[in-house]
Each structure stands twice: as C-alpha cells, then as structure tokens.
Write a protein that binds this ligand. Structure first.
Ligand SMILES: Cc1cc2nc3c(=O)[nH]c(=O)nc-3n(C[C@H](O)[C@H](O)[C@H](O)COP(=O)(O)O)c2cc1C
Length: 243
C-alpha cells in the first residue's frame, strides 16, 4: 500500500484538538495542494475564509448548533463557492454574466474537491480535520457575521487542529454496494450487502460509547423532515440562479 492510500484510509474526523497552533506553512501548503484539485474548465470557483477573531469563533459555535470545536480548533475556515470573481471579471470586460444551476453546481463541486484535497494534505502532515455542515443551519447569520458579498456561497465550515484523540475509523459501505458495472443494478444487489454492514456499524457505535443503531435505521430516520429548507432562497439572495 502506498503512503497516499495509507493517508486516505487512515482518515477519521477529529473533533478534539490540543492547544497547539497549526503551523502557518502547513496551512499554506495544504491550500496549494487543495488548489491543485481538478477544477471545472479551470474556473476555480471557490475561496476559503479563515476566521481568527475569537468573538466570531464563539458566535460561530452558536450558529453551528453549539459545536464547541469550532472555537477550540487550532484553525477554522469557511469553504465557499465563489462565482464573484467570474462576475466581476465579466463585468470589467463588458461581457454579460449569465449563469444557471450549472454555475452553482460547478462552484459547489469545485469547492468540495478543493477542500478535500486540502484536508488530505493536512492529514498527511499529522493534523486532524472535521467538516462543519452545521454552518448551513443559519446561513444568513453567518453571512452577516462575515459580511459576504454577492456571488460568494458559504457551503461548510472546516476545523483543523493538532489531534487530541484518535477515534476508530467509521466503517464504510462494502465496495460492492458502491461500485457497479455498466449501470445501476437491481436494488437487491446492494440491499443484500447491507445486513453485514449494519452489524459492523452498530458494533462501531457501541465501541465508541454511542447509542448502537444499524446504519439503515439511522438513514431511515434521517430524512423524515426536510433539512435546512431555506437554502435555495438564501443562495438566490446571493445571486445564484438555481433553475
Ligand atoms: C460536508 C460535511 C459536513 C459535516 N458536518 C459535520 C458537522 O457539522 N459536525 C461534525 O461533528 N461532523 C461533521 N461532518 C463529519 C461527518 O460526520 C463524518 O465525516 C462522517 O460521519 C464519517 O466519519 P469520519 O469522517 O470520521 O470517517 C461533516 C462531514 C462532511 C463531509
């Protein structure tokens, strides 16, 4: 197994960090590594906002649903889709800027690829990371706190720090439930693979001291109510066309 695959397979979200700072040079090289992720037609439709102000970090704990790690991590970032650059450049060149859902998707995909490359780089340097989707709980408040201009779409937060825990890896679906040949198989094919996964997942939760629950039960319970129902209105208010 090569060191890249070893780093990838060693991933676990880290939610407890020591007080040690994250070296600046590690952050800069991780950002560079992130930037080398593939990007749709080189549009590089993302930016990364580092939040240092302790008061802002406290406020973000509140806005992310009480996630203390947002204040405690050595560094905290907001990952944004960014089409502002494209809009401003088009305007400066006297060209119309016309974008539909495709432009929003490109920004979200580019930003996620950038962030994941960056995270792998950080992990390869011994740092721990945890994405913070809770950032989307109260996006309008996040927007106001960070004074974000139009065309900048906050997508998720990112905690980075020196790990103060080494949790067991969270088991993933069997490869045969994910990798299909030539098309989508009958549902029984992947359903069959899930019973052993449910057992493995439940054992993982039990070992972590969490309430044991098969993965499929967790999933069945996860979508009974739509989450974060005002996202479309918020992103449209920032200039996205989601049609
Ligand atoms: C986009 C995204 C948002 C996430 N948001 C949160 C979050 O708000 N809080 C948290 O503790 N973990 C968050 N996570 C971490 C996931 O819970 C975690 O990746 C998943 O359970 C798999 O566990 P692992 O990363 O340890 O392998 C998020 C992960 C992703 C990819």
């Amino acid at each position: 197994m090569n060191p890249t695959i070893q780093t990838l397979l060693s991933h676990r979200s880290v939610r407890r960090y020591t007080d040690d700072p994250v070296p600046e040079e590690h952050i800069r090289s991780a950002v560079e590594a992130g930037q080398m992720a593939s990007t749709s037609a080189a549009v590089q439709a993302y930016c990364l906002i580092r939040v240092r102000d302790p008061e802002h970090r406290r406020r973000l704990v509140e806005l992310t649903g009480g996630q203390e790690k947002v204040a405690r991590a050595g560094a905290f970032f907001v990952v944004c889709g960014d089409v502002r650059r494209h809009r401003v450049i088009a305007q400066r060149a006297g060209k119309p800027y016309r974008a539909r859902l495709e432009a929003f998707l490109v920004a979200a995909i580019d930003a996620a690829l950038f962030a994941q490359n960056m995270c792998v780089a950080l992990e390869s340097m011994g740092l721990g990371i945890c994405y913070i989707g809770g950032l989307r709980n109260r996006l309008r408040d996040v927007d106001e706190l960070l004074r974000l201009p139009g065309g900048v779409y906050p997508l998720f937060g990112l905690c980075v720090g020196v790990p103060d825990e080494r949790p067991a890896p969270r088991p993933r679906l069997p490869v045969d439930a994910v990798l299909f040949e030539g098309g989508y198989p009958p549902d029984e094919v992947w359903l069959d693979a899930l019973s052993s996964y449910d057992e493995e997942y439940e054992a993982y939760l039990r070992a972590r001291g969490a309430a044991p629950k098969p993965w499929t039960r967790g999933i069945a319970e996860s979508f009974t109510e739509p989450a974060r129902g005002d996202l479309a209105a918020y992103y449209e208010s920032k200039g996205a066309d989601l049609t």
